[in-house]
Design a protein around this ligand. Sequence first.
Ligand SMILES: [Zn+2]
Ligand SMILES: [Zn+2]
Length: 169
Amino acid sequence: MSEPEVTEYKGQCACGSVRFSYAHSKEAEPVFSVICHCLNCRRVNGSSPHLFGIPKDAFSITQGEDVMKTYDITDKFQRSFCSKCGVGVMQAPAGRGFVATFPTLFDEARQKFPKDVPDMFQVKGQVNCENAWSSVFIGSKNVAPRYRVFGTDPHEELIEDENPKHSML
Ligand SMILES: [Zn+2]
Ligand SMILES: [Zn+2]
């Protein structure tokens, strides 16, 4: 039996003190790549962030763990950032099998035009995680069976999306 093919995607904060890695494979596809409009996400990032969910086991800090600081936004939601440049590296909802990081921090995203960024980093939808990840990411270990999603117009009525493919979002 052949080993699963793993591609390592690396990223860093603005000053480069913190570096991290995503070991991508068929078994560790991104959990979501979405813009979140919830109040917490907007507050801690300054505006609606593009979040990139990675299975926890496939994500590792490879450098600068000692300069990272973690702040509890709520009891369910933490933000970890580089204490030198202040850039948020990840947001981790408690008890979930993924961390949310930011596509922009990956080397692939920084070095290319947006259209050339690998597809898995592209925005796949817009959500409002409503300050409680559990209300959106319900009932499974890594991915959501459903989530509420906006169309391109955030004033549009919310729809429930149950397409299992979209549960990767
Ligand atoms: Zn930094
Ligand atoms: Zn959010």
